[in-house]
Ligand binder design. Structure first.
Ligand code: HH2
Length: 280
């Protein structure tokens, strides 16, 4: 399997790591750490040096209850960072749900649009169609401010799968090629702990939709609820969730801790490549 993006055809015969670059003052785990362009560019360089297969740059937090940011403010946060990141030799994704930000990002050379609203905003499909960009279509309900009120499901796996299949079809109908599309269950978005875990347990069903599966478990609240750890102590929990997700069909891991995730995947790959010793 592969994921076609603007400049790069990403080979998914092994799991890939997408390094998170939040250029925001308020992201849930790293808000304010790199909210000026220079610090964010240095962070991009560090993630690439640590082995990130791609970068995901975001200028608006989507944590539960996060305030909205207008187009110009969001663009002002990410503009210089994006322009620098596209020279670093890896595909660069921009995390936005706003068509105007998508348009500017594609003009500036973004390879992928990562949309937590799955291109549902009026004009979003048109902003991407014809660009050759990859898209990540994520499941959520409502908006970050209100999404937790909508965390009510009968069969969470079936409902998320139906939504993702419908959004993939809408993207294809608008002219986005099938091999440019990746899907994401949206762990933590309009979902309580039980939904996140049920969705992970049933994730194979999502992988069977036939598109690359991108997942984001890194440092998320459900991991804190299980372990009792605050957000800065969730690396072991994040790695466990990431590896479980890979074992259940995930192709790309969206993570804050690139070096640790790359190490974990190296061990995974080494065991995968090993042969079972013959017994006498
Ligand atoms: N999670 C977050 C943001 N964007 N995009 C995709 N495709 N999948 C995810 O799971 C996902 C995402 C939330 O994490 P983070 O960027 O660290 O926080 P914030 O939204 O507060 O900036």
């Amino acid at each position: 399997m592969h994921w076609q993006t603007r400049r790069f055809r990403i080979d998914l015969s092994r799991p890939r790591v997408m390094g998170i670059v939040n250029v925001t003052p308020d992201s849930f785990s790293d808000g304010g750490s790199h909210d000026d362009s220079r610090a964010a560019i240095a962070h991009c360089e560090r993630l690439v040096a640590e082995g990130a297969d791609m970068l995901d740059i975001g200028g608006e937090s989507t944590r539960p209850g996060a305030p909205r940011v207008d187009v110009d403010s969001e663009w002002a946060r990410i503009d210089k960072v994006l322009v620098a990141a596209v020279t670093m030799g890896v595909p660069v994704s921009v995390d936005t749900y706003k068509p105007e930000v998508m348009r500017r990002a594609l003009e500036a050379g973004a390879d992928v649009i990562n949309d937590v609203q799955a291109l549902q905003m009026p004009g979003a499909l048109a902003a991407v169609a014809g660009s050759g960009a990859g898209v990540c279509l994520m499941h959520m309900r409502g908006e970050p401010a209100s999404m937790m009120d909508l965390a009510v499901y009968g069969d969470v796996v079936a409902e998320v799968a139906a939504f993702l299949a419908q959004r993939a079809q809408a993207a294809r109908d608008s002219g986005i090629p099938a091999d440019c599309i990746a899907l994401d269950p949206g762990y933590g978005f309009a979902k309580k702990g039980e939904h996140n875990l049920g969705l992970l347990a049933g994730q194979r069903h999502l992988a069977q939709l036939g598109y690359p599966l991108l997942v984001g478990w890194s440092r998320k609240r459900t991991l804190g609820d299980i372990t009792g750890r605050p957000v800065d102590q969730r690396l072991p929990a994040s790695l466990a969730a990431a590896l479980k997700a890979v074992s259940l069909g995930a192709n790309l891991l969206r993570v804050h801790d690139v070096a640790a995730t790359v190490d974990a995947l190296k061990v995974w790959a080494a065991v995968d490549a090993a042969t079972i010793p013959a017994t006498e």
